[in-house]
Design a protein around this ligand. Structure first.
Ligand code: NAP
Length: 248
């Protein structure tokens, strides 16, 4: 499971699940680039937390939805440390609302960040990975991409889209020793879910056989496994981290 000498990039690494993934990969020995879009201070805090444990992390701000910004960031990382070996497409947003009333803008923003953002980052790392004949790409999708959810047609479409994207790129890259897999969290306690009402939270919890909400570390453990040499024969797959709320 060691990742010594590997360069990892975690999009949306500044908070929540991404933060835990940064800590996990650094504990396994990778040099971690912590991406953020707006919250530089939170990203610095993650880098400091990694350093406090004896690991190495750097921060890098860019919007995954902006293809030119992604390309520039990849160049910055390559010039500093070398090409990305492990990409975790974790950045994601919600703009919830029933479809009948959903603004075009809320649809477009969620698709641009959650789906197109992962495409930009994956495309940018793929060629150098192919040249080096080693790579790990992990995509954070969601249980909602499998079950759907009233009020989240945009988010569910993006997350389900990531599953098809993952399987296609996995087929394109497998012969070069590059794996592409998804991790699908259920309900995890982060800023994203803290906005839900107690009533909604109780309803969700009633459908979780494990009878507790997930922690960012639960998701990070699955990502750490898929990023490792140990998981080298697993590709195009999805690990569900949801306490049993959906068994895929
Ligand atoms: N929490 C859950 O229950 C749950 C369940 C299933 C799936 N997920 C998925 O897990 C991932 C992480 O979720 P979370 O709950 O940890 O979210 P979160 O706490 O809201 O954090 C979101 C992260 O994404 C970054 N981000 C947002 N838009 C970005 C953009 N355009 N470019 C680059 N970074 C961007 C944020 O950066 P800033 O700090 O700069 O804003 C932040 O680091 C998401 O893909 C989410 O859909 C979460």
């Amino acid at each position: 499971m060691r990742l010594d000498g590997k360069i990892a990039l975690v999009t949306g690494g500044s908070r929540g699940i991404g933060r835990a993934i940064c800590l996990q990969l650094a504990r396994q020995g990778a040099t971690v680039w912590v991406n953020y879009v707006a919250n530089a201070a939170a990203a610095e805090e993650v880098a400091a937390a990694v350093a406090a444990e004896g690991g190495l992390a750097r921060t890098i701000g860019f919007d995954v939805a902006d293809g030119a910004a992604v390309a520039a960031a990849m160049k910055e990382i390559a010039d500093s440390d070398g090409a990305v070996d492990i990409l975790v497409n974790n950045a994601g947003i919600t703009r919830d609302g029933l479809l009948a009333r959903m603004k075009e803008e809320d649809w477009a923003q969620v698709l641009a960040t959650n789906l197109t953002g992962a495409m930009h980052c994956t495309k940018a790392v793929l060629r150098p990975m192919m040249k080096r004949r080693w790579g790990r790409i992990v995509i954070v999708t969601s249980v909602i991409g499998f079950t759907g959810n009233a009020g989240q047609a945009n988010y569910a479409a993006a997350k389900a889209g990531l599953v098809g994207f993952c399987r296609s790129v996995a087929r394109e890259a497998a012969s070069r020793n590059i794996t592409v897999n998804c991790v699908a969290p259920g309900y995890i306690e982060t800023d994203m879910t803290s906005v839900l009402s107690d009533e909604v939270k109780e309803k969700i919890l009633a459908n979780v056989p494990a009878a507790r909400f997930g922690r960012p570390e639960d998701v990070a453990a699955a990502v750490g496994f898929l990023a490792s040499e140990t998981a080298g024969y697993i590709t195009g797959s999805c690990i569900h981290v949801n306490g049993g709320m959906f068994m895929g």
